[in-house]
Design a protein around this ligand. Structure first.
Ligand code: ADP
Length: 644
């Protein structure tokens, strides 16, 4: 049973006080009784002695009447209950008859007289306590005169008065003790309440702290040990509150972090699961549950993840746990990756996946792995479709290439034959035309017609020659005679050949050679000349009125020589520059400017056959620069700039 400390204190003090007061009361009663007994005994002894002295004359004279008179005088004695007078033989010879008393037998009186010495008083009751039982204290006294024994007096005294006094005294003592007990109880309660008031505050404070209210402070009303304890309690509450605040803050941060992680895990479309070192699933995110066809994460968490989703290879063969790549990578503290495996759904179907695994390391110890995977079914379909498309495209390209090759061969064959076929009669036309021209000196109109025929025939012959060149190149029948050629010489020949045209078109020709060296190229001389003439004649044809042509030779490095021919013509738009080397494409040039549209196509083919490069830079409105690069070496030569 739970009992308050103050109650226990009060009860303890009250019990001790009650016992002590009881002992006190009992002892005082005992002392009073014994002192009253002694008083009674001495008083009755003296009184009986006086009675004996009073009765001695009667007994000495053996005068019964005198004895009775003496007895009647004693009748009024208020304490005397009975009085008998015995002779030496113990016989009652006189008595206060009306008083009832206890008789003592004759023999007793006799014995008393014989055994006691002179002057002794004989007590009938040995103690005062004996008298209490019958209310009478008996005293027997010898009556003697000068040593002569005359008889005995047996007097009985009432103890009622003294008993009453004893009772009163006992009652008063008891009342005093009870009052003292009550007062001491009250004092103890008061003291207990005062003493335990501080303890109650401590208890109240401890209860409040226990319920978690650390903002409460115990009021300190005393500067004693309890006050010190209360102070310590308050300090402890301060400390706990501070710690609680920090804990709450950390807790909030943790909750926020875990909420963010949960949101991340819940929001991501990638499936994520974790496993411990035994391969048991420790967590899964909703995407993982969904992708694998489960309805709740509990269906996976706690189970062997390999046995659940990774147990079989795509070809249907067993995939033992010991060979699991996720597990092996984790054991070696490595990250794993694969896009060639499948995971198995709850319904027994599989899905191709790409997965990444990473070991989870805590305090330098591997405690498990985290695996992310995505369903790559769609990717596989697209890859398959791409593969199919690629295969069919390849097949079509091959077919088309074969067709084109056939067509190209046929075209080349056709062109070759046609050119030969055309050239023969054309030569005849030309020849006869020339003959006619010679014979028609006087007829200006016919002469003009014949000139037209000759001009058209020359153009046709040029076209046929270029077409023949082209078909030779395309059919691989173009034969080159590669040799070391002095670039300056070739360029001189070209310029000399075209100089009449330059003059005719009133153009300025500038030849720049920036270093004082000659350049030796490894090319076919005739074909190199053909290339330069093509580009130079274009620079003449597509130049502005009284424009300029600049010929420049540079060496980008020790093994290459670059020849650039710049004109001040209309320039070529960017979009057309790509088409410029295609055969028969004149880029919409005016009919007034003669041309076949094949020159640059042949130029590029010839340059490439001689392991060179050709290109251009052009800006509409400011002119074009066509350049050709060949392998070459440099030799010393004086610098010269030729202007025509
Ligand atoms: P063409 O016989 O027509 O000159 P080319 O193959 O030599 O044939 O040139 C193809 C076309 O490129 C020309 O018709 C012309 O439109 C354009 N072209 C060539 N050179 C130049 C140039 N220097 N400036 C402007 N246009 C040019």
């Amino acid at each position: 049973m739970r009992m308050r400390l103050s109650t226990r204190l009060i009860l303890g003090v009250v019990a001790i006080e009650a016992v002590m007061l009881t002992i006190l009361v009992w002892n005082s009663v005992r002392l009073i009784s014994s002192s009253h007994g002694e008083l009674l005994e001495s008083a009755t002894q003296n009184e009986t002695r006086l009675i004996a002295n009073t009765l001695a004359p009667g007994l000495l004279s053996n005068d019964i009447a005198l004895l009775n008179d003496s007895l009647s005088l004693l009748k009024s004695h208020h304490n005397l209950v009975h009085l008998d007078v015995h002779d030496v033989d113990g016989n009652v010879i006189a008595s206060l008859q009306d008083v009832a008393h206890k008789h003592v037998d004759t023999q007793t009186h006799r014995n008393l007289l014989n055994t006691t010495k002179a002057g002794d008083t004989v007590k009938a009751d040995t103690t005062y306590q004996d008298a209490l039982s019958d209310g009478v204290f008996d005293v027997i006294k010898k009556v003697e005169v000068y040593g002569q024994q005359l008889g005995t007096v047996h007097a009985g005294y009432s103890v009622e008065a003294i008993n009453q006094f004893t009772r009163q005294t006992r009652f008063q003592n008891t009342v005093i003790a009870a009052v003292a007990l009550i007062l001491s109880i009250l004092a103890t309660i008061l003291l207990g309440l005062v003493l335990t008031r501080g303890l109650r505050k401590l208890e109240e404070g401890a209860n409040v702290f226990g319920q978690g209210d650390l903002a409460y402070r115990i009021p300190i009303s005393s500067h004693d040990e309890i006050g010190d304890v209360a102070q310590s309690f308050n300090q402890m509450a301060d400390y706990l509150r501070k710690g609680q605040r920090e804990l709450e803050k950390k807790n909030r941060q943790l909750v926020e972090q875990s909420e963010q992680i949960r949101l991340l895990m819940d929001s991501t479309e990638e499936a994520i699961y974790g496993a411990d070192l035994n391969g048991l699933c420790t967590f899964v995110n909703p995407a993982c549950v969904r992708v694998l066809g489960y309805s709740h994460q509990d269906e996976l968490v706690g189970h062997s993840i390999h046995e659940m989703i990774h147990h079989t290879h795509p070809d249907g063969t067993d995939y033992p746990k010991e060979q699991c790549l996720v597990r092996l990578a984790t054991q070696e503290r490595k990250s794993g990756h694969s896009d060639e495996e499948v995971h198995w759904r709850k319904d027994g179907t599989s899905l191709p996946v790409e997965w990444w695994s990473h070991p989870i390391i805590k305090e330098d110890r591997i405690i498990g792995s985290v695996v992310t995977f995505i369903d790559i079914t769609e990717r596989r379909k697209v890859e398959q479709a791409l593969m199919d498309a690629h295969n069919s495209l390849e097949q079509r390209v091959q077919e088309r290439t074969e067709q084109l090759e056939k067509a190209s061969n046929a075209k080349t064959e056709f062109l070759s034959r046609m050119s030969h076929e055309l050239r023969t009669p054309l030569n005849a036309i030309l020849g006869f035309g020339q003959l006619l021209e010679m014979g028609l000196q006087d007829n200006e109109t016919h002469k003009q017609y014949i000139n037209e025929v000759l001009h058209a025939s020359e153009h046709l012959l040029e076209l046929i020659n270029e077409t023949l060149d082209l078909s030779r190149i395309e059919s691989g029948k173009m034969e080159l005679n590669i040799e070391e050629v002095n670039l300056s010489e070739v360029l001189d020949e070209c310029v000399a050949l075209l100089n009449p045209l330059i003059v005719e078109n009133e153009l300025t020709f500038i030849r720049e050679k920036n270093d004082a060296k000659d350049h030796i190229l490894r090319v076919d001389r005739t074909r190199a000349k053909q290339v330069f003439i093509n580009i130079l004649s274009n620079a003449i044809k597509y130049n502005s009125d009284k424009g300029t042509i600049t010929l420049q030779v540079t060496t980008p490095d020790n093994e290459r020589v670059k020849i650039s021919i710049t004109d001040t013509g209309p320039g070529i738009p960017d979009a057309m520059q790509e088409r410029i080397f295609e055969p028969f494409d004149r880029l919409g040039s005016s009919e007034a400017i003669e041309g076949t549209g094949v020159g640059l196509a042949i130029t590029r083919s010839l340059v490439e056959l001689m392991k060179g490069k050709v290109g251009l830079t052009s800006h509409v409105g400011s002119g074009s620069t066509f350049w050709v690069e060949f392998e070459g070496v440099v030799e010393d030569s004086p610098e010269k700039i030729v202007t025509t």
